[in-house]
Write a protein that binds this ligand. Sequence first.
Ligand code: ADP
Ligand code: MG
Length: 622
Amino acid sequence: MALLQIFEPGESTAPHQHRLAVGIDLGTTNSLVATVQSGTAVVLRDAANRPLLPSVVRYDASGVAAVGYAAREWITRDPQNTIASAKRFMGRGIADVARYGTLPYAFVDAPGMVRIQTAAGVKSPVEISAEILRALRAQAEAALGGDLVGAVITVPAYFDEAQRQATKDAANAAGLHVLRLLNEPTAAAVAYGLDNRAAGVFAIFDLGGGTFDISVLRLSKGVFEVLATNGDATLGGDDFDQAIVRFWRERYNFAAAGLQDAAALLVAARRAKESLTNEPTAQAQIALSMGQQLAVKLSREEFVTISQALVDKTIAPVKRALRDAKLGVAEIDGVVMVGGATRMPHVQEAVAKFFKQTPLNNLDPDQVVAIGAAIQANQLAGNKRGDDLLLLDVIALSLGIETMGGLSEKVIPRNSTIPTARAQEFTTFKDGQTAMALHIVQGERELVVDNRSLAKFELRGIPPMVAGAARIEVTFQVDADGLLAVSATEKTSGVRAEIIVKPSYGLSDEETAAMLRSGFSHANEDKQARALAELIVEGKRLIESINAAIAADGATMLNDADRDVIAMAVEVLESRLSGQDQQQIKAAIEALSNATEDFAAKRMDASVAQALRGKNLNSLVL
Ligand code: ADP
Ligand code: MG
C-alpha cells in the first residue's frame, strides 16, 4: 500500500496543550503501549515497572478474572478459559481457525468470526482483544495522569479488511479513539527514523512469540510502500521453548505428568532461552508435581544445535518475499529486527549472513513497533510542528464516480483511513435503459474533466424499466494494499459487474499535492459549476420523461393546443440548457413543469384506474 505523505497545518502546541496520544502494539504474544514525552518516544510501564503486557485474558464464572501476567499463569492450568493469542482469531471463521492445529479452546461457529465458549459465556476475539486494550489504556492513563485523545494501533501488513475492522472494533469497545491503524513493519521503520532518509528498500524481519513475518518496504520521499509480505504463522519463540523441553526430556529422562508439569517446563525453558541471549549457560530448578525437584542445564552451543533448524526455517519466507518484490539481496538497503525472538544471537547471525549486512538492532526489538506507533500518534494528535511529515494509511485523493452532467460524485472522501468500503445508490436516466457506463475518477474537483480518470466499466443486462426505477448499488472498496475494487449491482434483478483499479498507481507526490491544491483553490468556482451541471441534468431528465409520456399517451390525452404549448416549453428549455445562465434554466424548467401539470395529472388518474381495475375494495384494505 502506498502510505502517503501530507503536511499537517498548525504550529507546535504548548506543553499544557499537549494532547495525550499513544501507540499500541497489540501483539499475538505481548502487547505494549508507548507515547511521546518531551520529544522522545517511551514505552509506558505498568505498576510493577514492566513494559510488556502478555496478550492473555482469563475468564471465570464472574467474568474477566485476569489480564496479562496474572492470566498467563493459568494458560496450562485452565486452558479452556485462558485465552492466549486471540489475535490469530480476529476476523477469522471457524474453518480458518481449524488450520492452526489443535487448540484447547471450545470454539463456537458464528457468522463472520468464531467465538469461544468460556466460563463467563461465549466470547468473541474482539471482546478478548478489547480486554487487553482496556488494560493498556488503564496502564497509559495511570502513567500519564489524564485521558487519552486517541491511539494508533498496529496490525500486521497482511491483515485484511475483516481483521483490521475487528481490531478497530476492539479498540472502540475498549473506549479508545483510533487515530489510525498502522502496519507493524511501517511502525518499525518509523521508529528507526527511516522516514527521514531519502529513499531505499528495507526488509523488516519480525520474529515474535508465535509468528514470523517478513515485509519488504520501499521508501521514497516519505512514502512507504509494502512491496511484499510473507512469513510463517506457526513459527516463533514458542517453538524454541518446546525444543528446549524436548532436549531436557531426553537428557534427564524424568517423570513429568499433566498440564501443570508441562507448564512449569515451558516457563523454565523460556527463561533459559532468554537468559542464553546474554549468558553462555542457563540452569534452573523445576518443581514437578510428583514432588521431584529437577535440576536442568543448557549451554548456548546446545541451544544452537537443537534450534538451528528453526532459525533456518525463516529463510524460505524471506526468499519468497524478495522474489515477490522482484529484488535481490544486494538491493536491500537495511534490515530492521523486530520481535523479542530476534534477540537470539543465532537469529541475528543467520539474518546477517543471508542479507550480507549487519541488521539494524539498536532499538529494543520488543518495543520498536509500539515506539513507531507512538511517534505517529503524537503527530496525528497535533503535537508536532507543521513541517513534520506524516505517514498515513489513507487515500490522499477522493475516489468518486461520474454522474450525469459530467459531475464527480465522491464515494470515498480523501484522507479516509484504509481499508474502507462505501456504497452508494444510483439509478437509470432513460426509460428502458439496459446498460450503464461507470466511470471511476480520483480527485477533489467537482467536474470529472478536472479530475483523474481511473477506470471505466459497464453494467449490462439491466432489465428494461422506467427511468429512475432501477436501483444500482455501486460499492467502492479500498483494501489494505490500497487496491480499489468497484462493483455495481442492480438490486431488483441482481445483475452484477466489477472491476479492480489501482488508485495510487502513476500519481507522483507532486501530482497528488497539485491536485489537492487545485481542489481547495477552485472550491467556489466548482460549487457554481456543480449547481449549473445539476440544473442541466434536471432539465434534460424532465425533457426525457415528457417526451416518453407524449409518446405513450399524447395521442389520447392531449389536444393539439396542449401539445403545442408543451412543445414550445420544451424548445425553450432545450435552448437554455446549452447556455450558462442558471436563472434562465430554472425559469424554463418551471415553465415546462407548469405546462405539463394537467397532462401529468391525467396520466396519474389513468394509471391509478388501471391499477384498480378488476379489484374489489376489500383487497385494497391493508
Ligand atoms: P509478539 O509479536 O508475538 O507479540 P514478541 O515480539 O513480544 O511477540 O516476542 C515474544 C517472544 O520473544 C517470546 O517467545 C519470548 O520468549 C521471546 N524473547 C523475549 N526476550 C527474549 C530474549 N532475550 N532472548 C530470546 N527470546 C526472547
Ligand atoms: Mg509483534
